[in-house]
Design a protein around this ligand. Structure first.
Ligand code: CA
Length: 542
């Protein structure tokens, strides 16, 4: 695959004080300048700063009296704990966080009050070059994935994968990579407990991700709780009529799942196990290598959007640009998932109002209620989400973070909801319920069938996945400048005033088609930055 790297445009120096206010009602704005602004700075509106205000942090535009709401995005992100004079730095210690909205009496489609979003006009004529699979799905990469039933086999599989890369992959030039699907699950777990179906179906559905071409091969230990036939029951995976089955369990159980079981008597010594994995891999590599890219409509993209290492610019630059791009994708008939339950929980009323049907709205409420209960079990709530880096970046609390996070979902009607680990059922905009944890969210979006990932960051994270290309979008030009060989798109140009949300949204859309086609590599692909699969397991371990 010949590929060029995406580039981040050169930043423009800003010398005059620059603040950003998101909504007419807001009584605070954030400071956009790199390095923040010193006390005494006179803003464009004539206001003089009483304190030094760091970049991304809030300044009071008017006097805010104690107990009064501090408004950003037009909604209260907190209540003043003391009088805050105009020009002051409004930091988290001055704010009382509002409590979460209850899940009753939400706006619902068809309630006679809620106005549903107008359908977006169709966007036609955009295509990419992808790998069409037998089940109709489309891959953006052509990867051999090796499924594992249990963590015990991870070392052996990794050893085999290194040999496959060195000895076999050069013989199969149309195969992009070989990836071991290592994870921490499979044994030492209460496998029948409520919630255990989540990690199990996550692993099953990741094995079937469109980027793996329907080639399922499994390495099993033998004595683990998660037996191969429980992970991939008959009928849950594609069967290939041709080609020999190596170490197949078909003779014993009538199934056609390709399994190398390390505890099999046939394996005498470590190298026998490794050779068995290589023999089996060869069968799949031959079939994968025979595939080639074909022109596919943009509607075959399955995009997961998420953010990590957020700052106050996330909701001003990168996430709105991603939201604009989400609308473009929905207009093109593609599938887009937004997730991160604790980061959208405070916007539940916005989301139910955007649902296409009452059933979709109720499904969102059901997922949020489940997560509320899950958090209560740990004696926390959604406020446990925010990190020291979020706060340093200007986000006072989860309400402010959520309002900036939710805009990644754009403006289209929400037409689907899936639970953690489930496979996506339809095109359009879907709320895929997942934790906000970057690795867990990415893992669950992989299980849903994502073939392209978009990730926004303000503080900066080198996040990447081995299974799909990850396009990273910087919220600030300062980050894009420092991390010039890690960030694929600079949305900081929006805060600098040199690009619009629409321009960056279109730039991202065009880059997605290039990356999906394999014509461009993301920086994470270039450097092979691969974060681990991290399963969401709400059930007990033993
Ligand atoms: Ca995240």
């Amino acid at each position: 695959m010949t590929a060029s790297l995406s580039t981040v445009p050169a930043p423009v120096a800003i010398t005059s004080p620059l603040t950003i206010r998101m909504h007419d009602r807001d009584n605070v704005a954030i400071v956009a300048n790199d390095g923040g602004l010193p006390a005494g700075t006179v803003l464009a509106n004539g206001l003089t700063l009483r304190d030094r205000v760091p970049q991304g942090h809030k300044v009071a535009l008017v006097d805010v009296v104690a107990q009064a709401p501090v408004l950003r995005y037009g909604i209260p992100i907190g209540f003043a704990l003391q009088d805050i004079p105009a020009g002051s730095w409004v930091h988290e210690r001055l704010l009382q966080m509002p409590s979460a909205r209850g899940l009753d009496n939400l706006p619902m489609p068809g309630d006679g009050v809620t106005v549903q979003p107008d359908p977006l006009p169709a966007l036609e004529g955009y295509t990419f070059e992808g790998y069409r699979n037998a089940d109709g799905s489309v891959g953006t990469r052509n990867i051999l994935a090796i499924t594992q039933t249990v963590q015990c086999v991870a070392g052996v599989t990794d050893f085999a994968v290194q040999r496959i890369k060195a000895e076999l992959l050069p013989l199969y030039p149309h195969v992009d990579d070989v990836v071991a699907l290592a994870h921490g699950y499979g044994c030492g777990v209460a496998i029948d407990a409520p919630g255990a179906e989540i990690p199990i179906r996550t692993l099953r559905n990741i094995s079937l991700n469109p980027n793996f071409g329907g080639e399922v091969m499994v390495v099993s230990l033998g004595c683990e709780k998660l037996q191969p036939e429980r992970l991939l029951p008959p009928g849950s995976f594609p069967i290939h009529a041709e080609g020999s089955k190596i170490d197949s369990i078909s003779s014993a159980s009538g199934q056609d799942l390709d399994v190398v079981c390390l505890q099999d008597d046939a394996h005498v010594g470590f190298m026998a196990m490794v050779d068995a994995v290589l023999r089996q891999a060869t069968v799949h590599l031959e079939r994968l290598n025979a595939r080639s890219r074909v022109t596919c409509p943009a509607s075959e993209l399955v995009v997961g959007v998420q953010c990590g290492g957020s700052d106050a610019f996330s909701g001003v630059t990168a996430n709105p640009a991603v939201g604009f791009c989400t609308d473009l994708l929905v207009r093109a008939g593609a599938s887009v998932m937004f997730s991160e339950t604790t980061e959208v929980r405070d916007g539940i009323a916005q989301l139910t109002a955007r649902a296409s049907t009452p059933e979709v709205a109720q499904a969102m409420v059901r997922e949020m209620a489940w997560y509320d209960t899950y958090l209560e079990r740990g004696k926390v709530d959604r406020s446990a989400n925010t990190t020291p880096g979020n706060k340093k970046g200007g986000l006072s609390n989860i309400v402010e973070k959520a309002m900036g996070s939710i805009v990644k979902s754009g403006s289209a009607a929400i037409t689907g909801v899936i639970s953690p680990g489930e496979k996506l059922k339809q095109k359009g905009l879907t709320y895929a319920a997942t934790p906000a944890s970057d690795f867990i969210c990415g893992t669950l979006q992989l299980a849903a069938g994502m073939n392209l990932h978009v990730f926004t960051t303000g503080r900066g994270t080198p996040y990447g996945l081995a299974q799909v290309p990850v396009i990273k979008v910087a919220t600030r030009s300062d980050l894009a400048r420092r991390w010039h060989d890690l960030m694929d798109v600079n949305a900081g140009t929006i805060a600098d005033g040199t690009a619009s949300i629409e321009q960056v949204g279109w730039e991202l859309f065009h880059l997605m088609l290039e990356v999906a086609s394999g014509r461009k590599k993301t920086w994470a692909e270039h450097w092979k930055l691969h974060n681990a699969l991290v399963l969401f397991n709400p059930a007990p371990v033993t």
